[in-house]
Design a protein around this ligand. Sequence first.
Ligand code: UT7
Length: 326
Amino acid sequence: MSVAGVLGTGSALPEKVISNADLEKLVETSDQWITERTGIRERRQAAPNETTSTLSAQASRRALERAGIKPTDLDLIICSTISPDMPLPSTASLIQRELGAHGCCAFDLAAACSGFLFGMTVAEQFIRNGASKYVLVIGAELLSRYLDYSDRTTCVIFGDGVAAAVFGPVDPPSGILAHELHTEGQYAEHLFIPAGGTALPASCQTVQQGAHFIKMRGNELFKVAVRSLEDVSRQVMKKAGVTAEDLDLFIPHQANQRITEAIRERLGVCSEKVYSNICRIGNTSSASIPICLDECVQSGRLKRGNLVLMSAFGAGVTWGAVLMRW
Ligand code: UT7
């Protein structure tokens, strides 16, 4: 049985920055409201010629180079996204082609903001049981393509971004120590895109009604998010026999700075150990945790031997946590 760990990370952000002041020109909002209620000051927006797969390929090349792995060495590519290039084929297939990673298996995984942790967990199973040696996991979202820029309850929150990590066998004590994943479908309509699928196929009417845009019941989600993130973080630490004091770094999903602060307080993690980039990046759903991870690796914030907890919550609703020794 092999222990799975991260061999390299990479990210790719669109160049265009959308500030709160830019949004003030589009909807009835203010920099003060957005900053105080969410912690977000700016977010990125993809250019028309950028897609989920093209940005994913950029992030993946960086991760592969840092891992010292060739695309053709990959056994599996998992792309976690709820904003694919198109309904068919999978974005993972397009990334595989773009990377020239011939011969490996590739598929998409849809677990929204928890998706990267779901993907990591799948990768870990494949590596641990020997079915795969090298697995590329990507968290990729171009949510701007699904945003209604006249809906102030969603357009101020979400942003675009992609990050990837190469997973492979590592020597203990490094590697994934414990994971925990959950889904509760009864809250499915708290965050959803009503049209464009089999329930409500795309039509002139769905476009006129804006039913292909993201709809969110933010307030209801907030309460479920805080409760679930606390529970799952405790579960995963208990599984690994560690406490909040043992953590070197806590990377929560970047949904809202107030959610991060609430979880931090409930878990009793000191502020210096919590990573946050929401002010610069906004909420990038499944890309949120891997972007943070890559920033921590590149800046030297995450060092070999560090104990890192990652916890996420998102549409579905889904939630999960992964604890790793770097
Ligand atoms: O990524 C994972 C899933 N997503 C989440 O976990 C999101 C969780 N939820 C949140 O982060 C917060 O609920 C939001 C940031 C989305 C909203 O913040 P809130 O403090 O919960 O606001 P609210 O929905 O309770 O609305 C309070 C007021 C309302 O006005 P009234 O009814 O009190 O007059 C809203 O209409 O704020 C108003 N409002 C805004 N005002 C200015 C809502 N959005 C805006 C806005 N600018 N952008």
